[in-house]
Design a protein around this ligand. Sequence first.
Ligand SMILES: [Fe+2]
Length: 130
Amino acid sequence: MIIKWKEEYSLGVEKIDQQHRKLFEIAGRAYELLKDELRIDKYDEIVAILEELKDYAVYHFQSEEEYMRSIGYRKYLSHKVRHDDFIEKISSVDLYQVDHRQEQYLLEILEFIVNWIDRHILGEDKQIIA
Ligand SMILES: [Fe+2]
């Protein structure tokens, strides 16, 4: 999995682009730690990074929604529903699930988050400036 902000994510709105970069930066940190075979007892730290990612996503969505309102974006409400669904989904995940599958479990969550962000930026955020 490659977790990196790409030029094609660019909306040309500096504040939002910076926040999108930061989401990838946080997710990348969780992934690096997950893949670090030399680190033992890393799961609490990974869970903490995923919590940080969720908190930052909440902050970022508020900021993006404020931007959409400021330009009178006509699909504001349906876009906000997508944000709310995502937060609800990742809030309902039990990150503290501890069993022999924990590494796989955290990897699946991270993949879900990164794929969602990727598709959301390319499919929905880009429409804001289209
Ligand atoms: Fe968005």
